[in-house]
Write a protein that binds this ligand. Structure first.
Ligand SMILES: NC(=O)C1=CN([C@@H]2O[C@H](COP(=O)(O)OP(=O)(O)OC[C@H]3O[C@@H](n4cnc5c(N)ncnc54)[C@H](OP(=O)(O)O)[C@@H]3O)[C@@H](O)[C@H]2O)C=CC1
Ligand SMILES: O=C(O)C1=N[C@H](C(=O)O)C[C@H](O)C1
Length: 266
């Protein structure tokens, strides 16, 4: 039996890839999309979507009410994603969130809704296996190297900074790193922001440039040595095996999981 999937954000950079991936996977079936502009002219620019002849809804309530689905994938923006996911989970449709920029309180709220409705949800800050490993390796290294800075680099159309991957990396590093104030105690920013954003003493630098896709380097410093852990997504296809993995695994979950690392070896 195929897993029936709804995708929100099908015209987007990730959505386009996800539509392609789901339609090419024999065990997945795309049954509908949610798009804030259900515009026939625009759809013509997206050949896979217009060829499929699946229903496209502007109203998520109407979509989840009308279409029978097993899994909902959100690849939009945080405000819309939170609303979509809330409605989907309340309707017992298991949910995979790729959208970054949800706040901690939104994640906690979705976790509570998921538990209350016994309906699984996966929030994946990064679907690329290499990025998941980069985050895990960084967590391991932070135990031995409390001095660490993160440089994340993305295309210049990205809305949120720092990236969801960087936020998750900081979370994971905090789990093993001994608290430390890094750098010189008297350091001064001549240009405000020069030392990047800071969370619990960990510096995060966000670069946005055309030509980039999604890249992150975590640099640890110790006496006489540095350790760099680096991941590059040079094509959005790098995310698709993780999307598939999440769709196939969320089916067996009854609560929210934040990060693919939590289910990789299950
Ligand atoms: N977890 C992961 O591995 C990855 C996550 N991402 C995340 O996925 C998200 C999407 O990224 P990307 O595809 O590059 O972004 P895009 O801007 O290319 O796509 C977003 C899509 O969402 C649509 N959208 C915007 N607002 C709404 C709304 N209110 N309701 C419904 N649809 C809406 C946009 O429509 P319109 O064109 O009309 O604005 C657009 O089609 C981002 O949060 C990004 O960080 C990206 C890559 C990997
Ligand atoms: O917007 C993107 O492109 C990406 N977003 C995710 C993030 O915020 O970490 C994942 C990946 O880095 C690509």
């Amino acid at each position: 039996m195929a897993i029936n999937v709804i995708i929100a954000g099908p015209r987007g950079r990730m959505g386009t890839e996800a539509v392609e991936m789901v339609t090419n996977e024999p065990n997945l079936q795309l049954v509908a999309c949610i798009d804030r502009k259900n515009d026939k002219e625009k759809m013509r620019e997206y050949p896979t979507l217009s060829r499929l002849k699946i229903p496209v809804f502007e109203d998520p309530e109407e979509c989840f009410h009308t279409v029978q689905a097993d899994v909902f994938i959100d690849l939009t923006v945080p405000e819309a994603c939170f609303d979509h996911a809330t409605i989907a989970i309340q309707r017992h449709i298991r949910t995979v969130i790729g959208t970054s920029g949800l706040t901690n309180s939104q994640i906690e709220e979705l976790s509570a809704i998921s538990k209350e409705n016994q309906t699984g949800c996966i929030i994946a800050p990064n679907f690329a296996i290499g990025a998941v490993l980069m985050m895990q390796f960084s967590k391991m290294a932070a135990r031995y190297f409390p001095d660490v800075e993160i440089i994340e680099k993305h295309h210049d159309q990205k809305l949120d900074a720092p990236s969801g991957t960087a936020v998750k990396t900081v979370d994971l590093i905090k789990q093993t790193r001994l608290p430390k104030t890094q750098g010189h105690p008297n350091e001064e920013e001549i240009i405000p922001g020069a030392r990047g954003a800071v969370d619990d003493g960990i510096r995060v630098h966000s670069v946005r440039l055309p030509g980039l896709v999604a890249h992150q380097e975590v640099i640890f410093g110790g006496s006489g040595q540095t350790l760099s852990i680096k991941h590059d997504s040079i094509d959005r296809k790098s995310f698709m095996s993780g999307v598939k993995f999440a769709v196939e695994n969320v089916i067996d979950l009854n609560e929210l999981v934040y990060g693919l690392e939590n289910i990789l070896d299950k």
